[in-house]
Design a protein around this ligand. Structure first.
Ligand SMILES: C[S@@+](CC[C@H](N)C(=O)[O-])C[C@H]1O[C@@H](n2cnc3c(N)ncnc32)[C@H](O)[C@@H]1O
Length: 273
């Protein structure tokens, strides 16, 4: 005879299998605790108390799978998030990269949410490029799993709160006011290409890269998935290329043999030349 706990576990597995079928997103790379917390949030919102009942809601209500994915892929972000990291990149690390590539810098913002991170990078590159420099061959691949976030990113129009951490002069230079929002100007926008991309399943969009930003994304993945991803990042960088993680994230696994820790505070790593 099975205990209530085991029955719960079986129902939970049935539910995650159904979510995978409906959403087309494998859930086994997400930390179990994280997954359970998000599912519990949606169950509360739907007023159901068992995993089986929530599975029925998923079958019945067309929009629920998207709402669950929204809850799962927490897409909080801001322009110039963690200002010290951007200030350091702008002062120390981006100028030599730009100079070495003669403006043709190739970057990847992996888990870009609604675009604030890749647009911040694009703004800094426009500012750092020598006057009259041609940035036409400078490309930032910006990728995310979440369709809604990518739609917002492509619209490039943001409420004032999105800029609270950014230097006002930077915002003033690179956005224009439009109907209570601020819209990123074309010179910045054209550096960024958005892609729908699953970090767990898909290969890097267009390697090799001089710079990979993957900030505040891997914290939701289990250790084995993090190690695999870090290795993929290391392999997609040119020798001397940089990887920037979020402030609470640390490189794990065999990628540590390929990447040296350049800036412990800002979590900036460099692929050996
Ligand atoms: C907290 S946001 C980070 C945004 C930005 N990098 C920053 O630091 O402000 C995390 C992003 O990771 C994305 N994400 C989660 N799982 C993903 C996956 N398997 N593949 C691609 N992106 C994923 C989410 O959709 C979300 O937009």
């Amino acid at each position: 005879m099975s205990t209530a706990g085991e029955g719960d576990e079986v129902a939970f597995r049935r539910l995650t299998r159904r979510i995978t079928e409906r959403a087309g997103v494998p859930l086994d790379a997400y930390k179990d605790r994280c997954l359970r917390r998000r599912i519990a949030v949606r169950m509360r919102a739907c007023g159901v108390h068992t995993f089986d009942a929530y599975r029925q809601v998923l079958d019945r209500e067309a929009g629920e799978v998207d709402r669950l994915l929204d809850a799962l892929t927490i897409n909080v972000t801001r322009f110039y998030r963690n200002p010290e990291t951007w200030a350091r990149l702008a002062a120390e690390y981006l100028p030599p990269l730009l100079a070495a590539r003669k403006g043709a810098l190739h970057a990847w913002s992996a888990g870009c949410a609604s675009g604030e991170e890749p647009f911040t990078l694009a703004m800094l590159l426009v500012d750092l490029a020598p006057r009259g420099a041609d940035l036409a061959r400078c490309v930032i691949d910006a990728s995310d799993l979440d369709r809604g976030s990518l739609e917002r990113a492509r619209a490039a129009s943001y409420p004032p709160q999105a800029f609270l951490e950014a230097p006002p002069a930077l915002v003033e230079r690179h956005t224009r006011a439009e109907g209570g929002q601020r819209v990123v100007i074309e010179r910045v926008r054209r550096l960024v290409r958005f892609h729908r991309h699953d970090l767990i399943e898909d290969p890097a969009p267009a390697p090799p890269y001089d710079l990979v930003l993957c900030r505040n994304v891997v914290i939701y993945f289990d250790r084995a998935t993090q190690e695999r991803l870090f290795l993929r990042f290391a392999e997609s960088l040119v020798p001397g290329g940089l990887l920037v993680l979020g402030k609470v994230e640390t490189l794990l696994g065999t990628a540590r043999d390929r990447l040296e820790l350049l800036d412990p505070r800002e979590r900036i790593y460099r692929r050996a030349a």
